[in-house]
Each structure stands twice: as structure tokens, then as C-alpha cells.
Design a protein around this ligand. Structure first.
Ligand SMILES: [Zn+2]
Ligand SMILES: [Zn+2]
Length: 343
């Protein structure tokens, strides 16, 4: 039986934490559950998942629908789309069955790229290789969750760029059903070269080129460690975008949207090169509590430059550098700069 390989390239960068990542995981489960009910899909569809944050890895190698088990999605700092495309090329070059005189190879693969941000690595060279050598070999659908993605980069990969503008569960569910239907219909009409997937109503085509950004402008994500459990957490702030007529000396403000526990795997998925872009605490609205130990503030900074949680006493050992610290809890907080993550 010839296989229909379906690759999912999933953005697991820290800006996806709190909502999008959970939705994505659930969405994958739904897709696989529904495809299993379709006899054509069941026979032909093979799924592979490539996750990317600061690094990119195949977390599910091509596998049939029955054996597929939804993976834990990692989370990390950075949106290395270039690394993800490199990994995809590797999979296409090495893991697909090629047609031989005795045997028909795999069908043309379908790739779904799902992202919410700007690439933080330099993707130019990868985009060029992709366009020259791979674009014709696959059906590529790029999906932007919200409109913070760099649409011009996505458009360089494919003409089919879908923007899911609103954040409602309904429209996400609709989108997941559409993926299922498109894979399903593709597996049934596989030997007709049908114009794939042009029925989605939010398809946009843009061609202006924007430059790469070393971080995601639309949110600020900071990493801290719990001083009691030594485990990391992510603090996420979203851009307050209703500021009208922002003058030059005014700075953008960001509102706290949540503080999420993560595990140490976060550091494995983050790129090693730290940004040196600072955000001042006067731009950040809201202080989180620690998601691991419930300490009242997860936003204390050690002289080593890292964030940690503190209780009412203000006495703590830094979980990053082990020095003993005394915070004066009676003093009003002064504003300070923190290094922002890549998002
Ligand atoms: Zn804590
Ligand atoms: Zn420290």
C-alpha cells in the first residue's frame, strides 16, 4: 500500500504557552480520532510530528494512524523555523519511500505548518532551498494562529496561508475539522491531482517581505525558577494593543496573561543564544504568583540577572546561582530591566 505522509510542523515556542499549545494537542488527537473512522485514510495516512522552538526535532516519526499516540508537546524559547525546515527536508530525503522499478513510492506528502510567531533564526537560506528543491514535492499549508505571525515568511513557503484570526474555541474546532476533511479527501482522491484545499475562507496572499526579528514583539515571555522546588516557570505578558497615538517617549505596555509551570526540558528546547533585548518592569502590568509553590511573587530578580519566587519574608536562596538574598519587602518596588525571551 502506498503511504500518504502527513507532516505537522508545530511551533512549540514559549509564546504558545497558555491556550494555544493545549488546543493544538487536543486538535491533533481529534484529527487522528476522526481519520481513523475513514477507511481510505486508515489505509494510507501516515503522520509525523516535528516540534520546533529554539531547536527542532522529530518527536513522532512517520507512523500509521492506528499506532499513532499523541505526544507530549515540548515548550522552549525561540521560534527556529529555519531549523524546522531543515529537519523536514531531512525527513523527506531519508524517510520517504521512493518509487523503484518494482514498487511505487509514497504519495506526495502534505505538510501543515502551525505557528504563532516570527522566526527567530535566519530563515532566508532555508527558504531559498525550500523554494528551489522542495516546494514542488509537497503540498504545503501554513497556518498562523492569530495575526502575529510573519505572514510574508509563510507566504514564501507556500501560496496557501491560512490565518486563524479569532481565538474562539469554535473557530479552532472548525479549523481542526477542516484539516481532517482535507486529509481525508486527499486520501480518497489521491491519484487525481486535485487543487488541494483552496476552499478555506481565510486564505490570504501577501508578498511584501519583512525582516527577521530576534524576538516576538507581541508578547513578553520571561523565565523564572521557583526557589522552593527549583523548577522553572514562564511568565507571559501580551501587548496591550489599544494604545492610541503612542508618542516616541512612551513605551509599549504588556499585560500579564499568566504564569505557567514548565519542566527542565524547557532548557533543552531553547536556543542557547540569549537575546540582550531588555524590557523594563514599568512596561509590565501585573505580578504573578509562583505556579509551583504559591509564593506571592514570582517576580524577584537576583543580582545574577535571573527571576525567582519569594515569600513574605524576602529571605531566599537564588535557585539559579545559589547565593543567599534578602529582599526588603517593605520598600516599594523599583523598576528594573529584565532580558526578554524570544517568544
Ligand atoms: Zn515558588
Ligand atoms: Zn542568582
Amino acid at each position: 500500500m502506498r503511504r500518504l505522509p502527513v507532516f505537522f510542523l508545530l511551533d512549540c515556542s514559549e509564546s504558545m504557552i497558555g491556550g494555544n499549545l493545549d488546543k493544538l494537542k487536543k486538535g491533533l488527537q481529534d484529527i487522528v480520532m476522526d481519520l481513523r473512522k475513514d477507511p481510505h485514510a486508515l489505509e494510507t495516512v501516515y503522520i509525523s510530528i516535528i516540534a520546533f522552538a529554539g531547536k527542532a526535532k522529530t518527536i513522532v516519526p512517520l507512523i500509521d494512524l492506528i499506532s499513532f499516540y499523541p505526544p507530549m508537546l515540548p515548550i522552549g524559547g525561540g521560534t527556529s523555523l529555519g531549523a524546522a525546515l531543515r529537519e523536514l527536508r531531512y525527513q523527506i530525503d531519508n524517510k520517504l519511500h521512493k518509487t523503484t522499478p518494482d514498487c511505487k513510492g509514497d504519495w506526495k506528502p502534505i505538510v501543515y505548518l502551525i505557528t504563532d510567531g516570527h522566526p527567530t533564526d535566519r530563515v532566508g537560506e532555508e527558504l531559498r532551498i525550500w523554494r528551489e528543491k522542495y516546494a514542488q514535492k509537497v503540498n504545503f499549508i501554513a497556518v498562523s494562529l492569530g495575526n502575529s505571525s510573519d505572514i510574508s515568511v509563510l507566504h514564501q513557503l507556500t501560496e496557501t496561508v491560512i490565518i486563524l484570526n479569532d481565538n474562539h474555541q469554535e473557530s479552532f474546532t472548525h479549523f481542526i475539522k477542516w484539516i481532517t476533511a482535507s486529509v481525508s479527501s486527499h486520501s480518497q482522491n489521491i491519484n487525481k491531482d486535485i487543487a488541494l484545499l483552496n476552499d478555506y475562507n481565510n486564505v490570504l496572499n501577501l508578498s511584501d517581505a519583512k525582516n527577521y526579528k530576534p524576538y516576538d514583539e507581541n508578547c513578553v515571555v520571561l523565565v523564572g525558577k521557583c526557589s522552593n522546588t527549583i523548577r522553572p516557570y514562564l511568565i507571559k505578558y501580551n501587548l496591550v494593543d489599544n494604545v492610541i497615538n503612542l508618542s516616541k517617549d512612551q513605551q509599549q505596555k504588556y499585560q500579564l496573561t499568566g504564569c505557567y509551570p514548565v519542566d527542565n526540558e524547557y532548557f533543552d528546547w531553547s536556543d542557547e543564544i540569549k537575546t540582550s533585548i531588555l524590557v523594563n518592569t514599568n512596561q509590565l502590568i501585573g505580578t504573578p504568583t509562583c505556579p509551583h509553590c504559591s509564593n506571592p511573587s514570582a517576580f524577584a530578580m537576583c543580582s545574577c540577572g535571573n527571576l525567582l519566587c519569594i515569600d513574605h519574608t524576602g529571605l531566599v536562596t537564588c535557585p539559579w546561582c545559589n547565593q543567599y538574598l534578602e529582599f526588603n519587602m517593605d520598600m516599594p518596588n523599583e523598576d528594573f530591566d529584565v532580558i526578554r525571551g524570544k517568544g
